[in-house]
Design a protein around this ligand. Structure first.
Ligand SMILES: O=C(O)CCC(=O)C(=O)O
Length: 367
């Protein structure tokens, strides 16, 4: 056997074992709610036990199709270089600076796009998903009825070219000195919120996000610890398998990462996140999300004031109103949290929340 064939066989065996473990965790299925509109307790228990949950079939086909079509337009309009403002067709880029690009010459457009930040500004379909009533009922069940925003971005792992995401735990603020989490297994206590991957592609073991079940119970950076390199195929990790329309919710304290996508299928997932309000207000941290797109030198030290959180939270009622206009026959989610600003969505507000220098995402909330 050649080296490549041996590696392929080992990778296949790793994926098969991971899929088998993933299917045995008891943390996937459709969203189910009790008579009060709260996620069924067995779902919450599985989420708090394993550190993630896959909700199947959340989005209707029509929404998936709209997400795919709008994102493909955004991709097609990507700049050729990180500082550029012209796309591969010679057109002006509508959102320069929002694309995370690879500069490797092997990656021709649009495979050179690794991430698009802040899709609520550029895709109505993303704004509509942000206010999906079942998604927000799920969010309220985990983060409380006055939940607040985190950040949004679309990950694009091109076929055969997709860059890996290093193994990491996102949460930094709500750990004890001994590395145990402030969040209890019953969901009480300060939390780092969650990343929810909304998929409009087939997320397979080859291209998907992998998660280490139960890893949200200990911070690996405690006592000068380190995250493993993504070249390490972690024993016990599982693939977060998603079909178009599924949503995978990953506790931001969980160890997660993705291997390079060498498969023939691209992976596209939009990360939407929400926090528990009391976990956000007053937290002091290094914000890495309130920038046009991430970069190693883009960090700011911050303590989140109530005003900061209230102003960012306006995007929730705005998105609910935008969705109400798009789907007039649907019962909108009834948001119970406070916010500052008018909740009515219209073209003037679209311009306001995207105004250069004061975009809504300038108040994204890293925890
Ligand atoms: O989807 C991925 O590959 C990475 C997602 C991730 O790391 C995150 O949302 O923090």
């Amino acid at each position: 056997m050649t080296d490549n064939a041996t590696q392929d066989t080992a990778w296949q065996a790793y994926c098969e074992a991971g899929c088998e473990r993933a299917m045995g965790l008891g943390n996937r299925g459709p969203m189910r709610f009790d008579a009060n509109g709260r996620l069924e307790q067995d779902i919450l228990d599985a989420y708090f036990r394993t550190g993630f949950y896959v909700f199947e079939g959340v989005l209707a086909e029509e929404e998936v199709a709209q997400l795919r079509a709008e994102f493909d337009q955004v991709l097609d309009n990507a700049p050729l270089t990180p500082d550029g403002d012209v796309d591969q067709h010679g057109r002006r880029v509508n959102f320069p600076g929002y694309y995370t690009l690879s500069t490797k010459p092997s990656k021709a457009p649009p495979a050179h796009v690794g991430m698009v930040s802040h899709p609520l500004l550029m895709m109505d379909s993303a704004l509509n998903v942000y206010a999906h009533p079942d998604i927000l009922r799920m969010v309220a069940s985990i983060n409380g009825p006055d939940f607040v925003p985190f950040h949004e971005a679309v990950f694009h792992k091109a076929a055969g070219h997709g860059a890996p995401t290093p193994w990491h735990q996102d949460g930094r603020t709500h750990w004890r000195e001994d590395g145990s989490p402030l969040l209890g297994l019953d969901g009480r206590g300060k939390s780092h919120g969650f990343n929810m991957s909304v998929s409009w592609s087939h997320c397979t073991p080859d291209n998907c996000l992998w998660v280490m079940p139960g890893s949200h119970r200990r911070w690996l950076l405690t006592d000068d610890g380190e995250f493993p390199p993504i070249t390490e195929r972690l024993e016990g990790a599982v693939p977060m398998l998603l079909e178009p329309g599924d949503c995978g919710v990953v506790n931001r304290s969980s160890l997660h990462g993705s291997y390079p996508n060498q498969s023939a299928e691209r992976r596209v997932t939009m990360v939407l996140g929400y926090h528990n309000r009391a976990s956000a207000i007053g937290a002091e941290t290094t914000n890495v999300h309130a920038f046009k797109c991430p970069a190693p030198d883009r960090v700011k030290s911050i303590k989140y004031s109530e005003d900061y959180v209230l102003r960012r939270t306006r995007m929730i009622p705005l998105a609910i109103d935008a969705r109400r206009q798009r789907y007039p026959d649907e019962t909108p989610f009834d948001y119970q949290g406070d916010y500052i600003g008018d909740p009515a969505w219209n073209e003037q507000v679209r311009a306001e929340v995207g105004r250069e220098g004061d975009e809504y995402w300038q108040r994204d909330i890293t925890l």
